[in-house]
Write a protein that binds this ligand. Structure first.
Ligand code: ADP
Length: 287
């Protein structure tokens, strides 16, 4: 089974001609509400592919929390470890300008209530692959990584949004998953050799390269995995689709390179459709 430890947010997306400055009011277009958050997206992507997957996270006792629960269940994600807490569900306020650029303000809300103590041993029972990302409190993520790694669970960290994590955590990772910006953040410079990521401690690293696909870095060499050419309409949640697909394949016993080959296909389909979770394909939609 796959366990995702991560965030669940309601995405409120508003098209705007331009973003308001301080003290200014700007009128935008109609708001679209959709289920999001890196953890929920990753779990939904794996669930759509048929993986046995659960999300360990937290939502509020409100309509957004119910929307997330319903959307996860529809994608086949187990929600028994999704706690309802006394804070509002996390919300991402997203403005999109005509050039397609997003600005995102996240109010983590309930996600902030996810504590190290939530990662109990029984949560990890029967888990082959754990995936986590950084929209939940760092001590929770670091504790989850340590616990899972000590139990022999394969651990993937999607270092997104980029933040400083301990050497110990990096050293406990089976797979460090980053996009080009996050790789540059970790290596202190853009365009650095992705093989240098292994010097930070993970056993393997995967760097996603947008329309170019991804590169898989392992101790015995690196492999470029090209993306299928597609007409991108909305890249929201593409990295999460990649993460979920990667984890689903690894849990089935695929090699990291084979898992990345499937993940670029899944992420490519996701960018041809609007939204994050609603854009994720089932296996028969991959052809
Ligand atoms: P993030 O979404 O985290 O910023 P990327 O932009 O690298 O990360 O995208 C993640 C993955 O999504 C890529 O590895 C690729 O497989 C897929 N992807 C993103 N943009 C495109 C695109 N324009 N065409 C095809 N695939 C894409």
């Amino acid at each position: 089974a796959v366990l995702v430890v991560g965030s669940a947010n309601a995405d409120l997306v508003v098209p705007v001609e331009r973003r308001p400055g301080g003290g200014e009011t700007v009128l935008g277009g109609d708001t679209t509400l959709s289920p999001g958050g890196k953890g929920a997206n990753t779990a939904a992507a794996a669930g759509r592919l048929g993986a046995d997957v659960a999300l360990l996270g937290a939502v509020g006792d409100d309509s957004y929390g119910r929307l997330l629960r319903d959307s996860l269940a529809a994608a086949g994600v187990a929600t028994g470890h999704l706690r309802t807490v006394g804070r509002p569900t996390g919300i991402a306020y997203i403005t999109v300008t005509p050039d397609g650029e997003n600005s995102i303000l996240v109010s983590p809300g309930a996600n902030s209530a996810l504590e190290p103590g939530d990662i109990t041993d029984d949560v990890l029972d029967g888990v082959r692959v754990m995936v986590t990302s950084l929209e939940v409190p760092l001590p929770t993520v670091e504790h989850a990584v340590a616990r899972a790694s000590a139990k022999g669970v394969r651990v993937l960290l999607n270092l997104s949004p980029a933040a400083e994590v301990s050497r110990e955590t990096l050293g406990a990772l089976d797979v460090l998953l980053v996009n080009e910006h996050e790789a540059a953040y970790l290596l202190g410079t853009a365009g650095a050799d992705p093989r240098k990521l292994l010097e930070l401690g993970p056993r393997a690293a995967v760097v996603t390269l947008g329309a170019k696909g991804a590169v898989v870095v392992e101790a015995d060499g690196s492999t470029e995995v090209a993306s299928p050419k597609v007409e991108a309409v909305d890249t929201t949640g593409a990295g999460d689709a990649f993460a979920g697909a990667l984890a689903a394949s690894l849990a089935e016993g695929a090699t990291l390179v084979d898992a990345a080959k499937r993940a670029v296909k899944v992420a490519a389909v996701s960018v041809t459709r609007h939204g994050a979770q609603p854009s994720y394909p089932t296996p028969d939609e991959l052809e």
